[in-house]
Design a protein around this ligand. Sequence first.
Ligand SMILES: *[C@@H]1O[C@H](CO)[C@@H](O)[C@H](O)[C@H]1NC(C)=O
Ligand SMILES: *[C@@H]1O[C@H](CO)[C@@H](O)[C@H](O)[C@H]1NC(C)=O
Ligand SMILES: *[C@@H]1O[C@H](CO)[C@@H](O)[C@H](O)[C@H]1NC(C)=O
Length: 517
Amino acid sequence: MKSFFALVLLVVVLHDSKCAKILGVFPIPVRSHYSLGNALMKGLAEHGHDVTIVTPYIDKNPPKKGSYRQIELTGFAEAHEKHRKNMKMFDMEDMNSFVSLPVFLSIATAGAELTLNHTNVQNLLHSGEKFDAVILPQFMNDAHKGFAAHFDAPLILLSPLGANTWVNMLVANPSPTSYVPDALLSLSSQMTFCDRLTNTVFQVYSHLLNHLLAFPKQEKLYNQYFPNNPPFYDVLYNTSIVLVNSHPSLSQPVPYVPNMIDIGGFHIKPAKTLPDDLQKFLDDSKEGVIYFSMGSNLRSAELPPEKRDVFLSTFAKMKMKILWKWEEDVLPGQPKNVKLGKWLPQQEILAHPNVKLFITHGGLLSTTETIYHGVPVLAIPIAGDQKLNAHRIVNEGFGLSLGYKEISEQTLTQKLDELLNNSKYAKNAKKRSEIFHDRLVGPMETAVYWVEYVIRHRGAPHLKVAGVDLPWYKYMLVDVVGVIFIALVFNSYLFYKITKKICSWFSKPKVQKVKRS
Ligand SMILES: *[C@@H]1O[C@H](CO)[C@@H](O)[C@H](O)[C@H]1NC(C)=O
Ligand SMILES: *[C@@H]1O[C@H](CO)[C@@H](O)[C@H](O)[C@H]1NC(C)=O
Ligand SMILES: *[C@@H]1O[C@H](CO)[C@@H](O)[C@H](O)[C@H]1NC(C)=O
C-alpha cells in the first residue's frame, strides 16, 4: 500500500514538473560537502532539469539524463589540499568549540570571497542568464545568497549538518537549548544542568558572533559583489525552504518550521557491484570483516605512529579480517589479516553481509551510510559534529565511542570485544536501518518534489513562519516579559505602600493612646 502511494506521488511529481533551470553554488572544497551538493544537483538533473553547479571538483560521471553543466572553481581543490597537508588534522581533537567557531568563520569568509571573485563565477554573474531556483549550502557563506536575488530566483538552502543554529536563525526555527544540543558541542540530548548552561551560553555566543562579526563581514562582501541587489538583510532572511540533511533515524527528533524538509540519506544510491578483488575478499572472509576508514578529510595514513601501532597490534591478534582505508602504498608492519585500499567503495562494502563492524570518525555521511546498511560502529570522533554523532551512536545503542586520546591496545581491544560479542549492537543497527527505510517516498524524491514545489509556487512564501520578520527582542518576548516584570515590580511597590499605610492607620490610635497615658 505504501509503495503504491509512493508510486502515485512519484508519477504526480514527474508529470507535473516542467524542466527548470537550477543553479547550485557549492564551493566548499571538502569532499563530504561536495558529495552532498553534487548528489542533490545530479538528482535534479536525473529528474529532467537543466542544472548548473559551481564546484571545486569536476564529476567525471555526470548524469546521462537532463543537462548537467559544471562550472569549476579552478584552484580551489589544490589550495585546500595544500592547506590540509600543512594542518595536522588529528590535532583538531583538542580544539575547543568556543575557539574553533571564530576560526571556521574567518576561513569561511575568505572562501566566500574567493568564490565571488573567481573568473568563472564573475562570467556567470555577467552572462545575463536566468534561473528558476538557486540552491546553496548553509555554511557561513551568507554573501552568496546574493546569487538568488541577482538571478531573481527563490533561494533554497541545503543544510549539511542537520538543523543547526545557522539555519534555525534564518527561518525562525525554535530550538530550545534545554534539549537540543548545538551541533558543535559534544553533548547528548539528555543534558545535566551544566550541559544546559554550556549549551545556552554557546548558543548566545554563536548568535552574537554571527550578528556582530560574521554578518557584517558577509554584508560587506555582498555589497561589493552584488551592488545592484536589494539590501543584504532582506535577502538573508528570504529563504524559501531548507533541505535538511537529517532524519529521525539519523539524529534526535527536533522541531521544524514548515519550510524545513528532512532529506537525510538522499545522497545514497543502492549499492553497485564491488570490484572483483574486494568481492572475493569479502565473500571469502566467513569469520567476518571490520571496515576501518577515517573518512576522506581525515586520513588514517596521517595517524601518529604510536596510535597507528595500537591498531596494528590489536588487529594482528584478531581472527577477523580487516579492510583498512589506508592512503599510502605501504603500511609498515601490516598484519596478514589486514587488507588495504587507498580508495574503497564504502557503500558497497557496508552492504556486504560479512562486514560486521565499521570503525569510523563518525562524520555525518559515514554515520548515515552505516545506518542505511545497518552496520554497528566504533566511532573515534575528532572534530566538527563528529562528537555529537558519536553521542547519538552510543545513545541509540548501535555502537560505542572511543576518544582519540584514550586509544590504547587495552581500550581498543575491550571496545572491539564488546561490540563483536554483544549482539545488541548489531540488532540496534538493524532497527535504525528499518526506521531509515520506512518512508512514504525516498529522500531524493522528497528533495526533488520540494525544489519543484518552490519553483511552482514562486518561492512558496506561504510556508514561512511570521517569526522570520520579528526582531530578536520581539521573538524572545523580551518586551512582553519586560512589561510583566515592570508591572510586577510596580504592583509590589504599590502593595507595599498600601499595606504600610493601612498598618499605620491601625497603629496610630495605639501610639496616641500610649502618648496620652
Ligand atoms: C579578484 O580577482 C582579480 C583578478 O582575477 C585579482 O586581481 C584580485 O586581487 C582578486 N581580489 C581578491 C580580493 O581576491
Ligand atoms: C524573496 O524571495 C521571493 C521569492 O523568490 C522573491 O519574489 C522576492 O523578490 C525576494 N525578496 C528579496 C528582497 O530578495
Ligand atoms: C568475545 O568474548 C570471548 C570471551 O568472553 C573472548 O575470548 C573473545 O576474544 C571475545 N571477542 C570476540 C571478537 O569474539
